[in-house]
Write a protein that binds this ligand. Structure first.
Ligand SMILES: Nc1ncnc2c1ncn2[C@@H]1O[C@H](COP(=O)(O)OP(=O)(O)OP(=O)(O)O)[C@@H](O)[C@H]1O
Ligand SMILES: O=P(O)(O)OC[C@H]1O[C@H](OP(=O)(O)OP(=O)(O)O)[C@H](O)[C@@H]1O
Ligand SMILES: O=C(O)c1cccnc1
Ligand SMILES: [Mg+2]
Length: 560
């Protein structure tokens, strides 16, 4: 069922609103950010100018792409970053040892007015190592932001990617409904999942609060409890139904349904296969149709899909048709969804022909019940007649992967590039305040992302060959002559730089952007089985600098 909404209730684009979840405050951080802030302050280092990159090292779900999400909430946190007196007292009581009065004064004055945030647009398809956010500002303040910003981006991007993956398997034409509220990890897990599944390409949610907060379309059907709560059609007291055009009234809709059921039972075209159906189910469907004659959709698997649910649905739909109403469809919530959807479709087509019901053969079939990428893929391979999927648990809990591993690493302090070394090369950070570009090829697909130093010239489009180097593997490099160059990091919070701030787009625009991005991806990067890794590179100059710094910082071992 489609809910009536009046469009988004949020003030899309107004940065000054706080984060959606009131729990997102400056205290939503790890204790060590405050202990370090104190130590920085004691050392007189708190205002050192630091640059941090937020990035992940590996795409989730065994894939080769990620959808970046959570930016709007990060900017709302940053825009409203201010400690209350009560919060300051709590921090001072909490810090080990005594807290000097000067630090209290310092905490009173901190905000993000001197912080600059550059970010990739929300909904963009992104890849490992490329900064999704570059946060620059006084080191103590930027470190306080580390934990909340990671918290806001990690789940958002994970669940948006999960949704996008479900959309890719389901195909463009299917309706995807997010049904996860009851199974999500608490209220914020649920609200966030509804928001970010919508960005990732879902069409609607059953979560009413998310519908109101974000203007996401609301949809739903009804439950088994509704069906089994009825005992017999005799329970239905108000039996009249106006024709859809209001021209007359059918005084006994229940009897009209019964008469259609017997016509179905006698229909030769159905091979006399329909016997007695469950009367309590028929009563439930009839009641639902009386309540929502324009939106009649029935859950048909409470008793027996083919022997009862589908014929009962058809009887009610035919009765509604007599009065000028078009029924929406059925939901299947158990059994072999490929087989049952096919069998139901055959019945709808026969009814269309037999009783002259235009387009009844196309009646919508919704499927639900522990669906995930694998089951959608299996259904596709078997062939099925499902038009719409309702997906909960596996989608919103990100069952296939618990977390996206975004990290927040210092890349520069007081204009000095910094590097974090590791035995594991994939964990070595890429130093320097950087610019990031996406280079597009002749066929319109993006070929490679390249990171350069902040002051290197922007790659040119006019037939110039650009050397793109793997950041750590000397032998991996390629020349690229881009047809189009897109700068990825845009200024979303200018601090005191005087730069123009990018507007935060409306949720629907973020979703459209995400869908367009996925359409523009080379198919082998986004396929489910053995996808091709997308290339992420650095300029020759940055490559040389990374390796110079690496050698400089790594102590030389001594063998004895
Ligand atoms: N054709 C199909 N191919 C692959 N998986 C399917 C197909 N049809 C349904 N499934 C999946 O198989 C699982 C069936 O779940 P389960 O074994 O609990 O049976 P059920 O149909 O829910 O039975 P019950 O009526 O007892 O609840 C679900 O995860 C469902 O999504
Ligand atoms: O299966 P999910 O992907 O989580 O989708 C949501 C499920 O929630 C509802 O039933 P619920 O699971 O509460 O009860 P049921 O399994 O007994 O139908 C609904 O009928 C779906 O099956
Ligand atoms: O509307 C539905 O059909 C629905 C909503 C939530 C969970 N399961 C089903
Ligand atoms: Mg279930």
């Amino acid at each position: 069922m489609e809910a009536k909404t009046n469009g988004p209730s949020v003030n899309a684009g107004r940065v000054m609103d706080g984060p959606t979840n009131p729990m997102v405050t400056p205290l939503l951080t790890d204790l060590y950010q405050f202990t370090m802030a104190y130590a920085y302050w004691k050392a007189g280092k708190h205002n050192d100018r630091a640059v941090f990159d937020l990035y992940f090292r590996k795409n989730p779900f065994g894939g080769e792409f990620t959808v970046f999400a959570g930016l709007e909430e990060c900017i709302k946190l940053i825009a409203n970053f201010k400690l209350t007196e009560e919060e300051i007292s709590f921090i001072c009581e909490t810090l080990p040892g005594s807290c000097e009065e000067g630090f209290v004064k310092y905490l009173r004055n901190i905000d993000c007015s001197d912080v600059e945030v550059y970010a990739i647009s929300e909904g963009t398809v992104v890849f490992p190592k490329v900064p999704l956010l570059r946060v620059e500002g006084p080191v103590a303040v930027v470190q306080l932001l580390e934990t909340p910003v990671l918290n806001l981006v990690n789940f958002a991007s994970l669940v948006a990617t999960n949704a996008a993956r479900h959309r890719l398997v389901a195909g463009k034409s299917k309706m995807l409904l997010e049904f996860g509220l009851r199974r999500a990890q608490g209220p914020d897990g649920a609200i966030s999942a509804s928001k970010y599944c919508y960005i990732g390409g879902f069409d609607a949610t059953s979560n009413v609060a998310a519908g109101r907060l974000f203007g996401i379309p609301l949809r739903g059907t009804h439950s088994h409890a509704f069906v089994s709560s009825f005992m017999s059609p005799d329970e239905i007291l108000e039996r009249s139904l106006h024709r859809s055009d209001g021209s007359s009234t059918c005084e006994d809709f229940v009897s009209l349904v019964q008469s259609w059921l017997s016509k179905i039972q006698w229909a030769k075209a159905l091979g006399n296969t329909v016997g007695e159906t469950n009367q309590s189910e028929l009563a439930a469907f009839t009641s639902y149709a009386l309540a929502f004659p324009n939106n009649f959709l029935a859950l048909v698997d409470t008793y027996d899909v083919m022997r009862s649910g589908v014929p009962n649905f058809c009887a009610v739909a035919l009765a509604l048709n007599d009065l000028g109403y078009k029924s929406v469809g059925i939901r299947l919530d158990s059994g072999d969804l490929a087989y049952l959807s096919g069998e139901a479709r055959k019945i709808f087509q026969i009814i269309e022909k037999e009783f002259g019901l235009p387009s009844f053969g196309k009646t919508s079939i919704t499927a639900s019940n522990d669906l995930n990428e694998e089951t959608l893929d299996a259904l596709n391979k078997q062939g099925h007649e499902v038009d719409c999927y309702g997906i909960g648990t596996y989608l919103v809990t990100c069952y296939a992967q618990a977390a996206l591993g975004c990290v927040f690493k210092l890349v520069e302090i007081n204009n000095q590039p910094r590097i974090k070394l590791s035995e594991d090369v994939s964990k070595v950070s890429i130093p320097c305040k950087k610019r990031c570009y996406r280079l597009y090829g002749r066929e319109g697909y993006s070929l490679v992302d390249i990171m350069t130093g902040e002051n290197e010239p922007c790659p040119k489009v006019v037939g110039e060959r650009i050397l793109c180097r793997h950041p750590f593997n000397e032998s991996k490099r390629a020349y690229v002559v881009p047809q189009r160059v897109e700068e990825l990091l845009k200024c979303y919070w200018p601090g005191k730089s005087g730069k123009v701030r990018e507007e935060l787009p409306a949720l629907k625009d973020i979703r459209d952007h995400c869908i367009k991005q996925l359409e523009q991806m080379r198919p082998d990067h986004i396929r489910r089985l053995n996808p091709t890794p997308y290339k992420v590179s650095v300029s020759a100059k940055l490559y040389d600098f990374i390796h110079f710094l690496w050698l400089n910082e790594a102590p030389v071992g001594e063998l004895q």
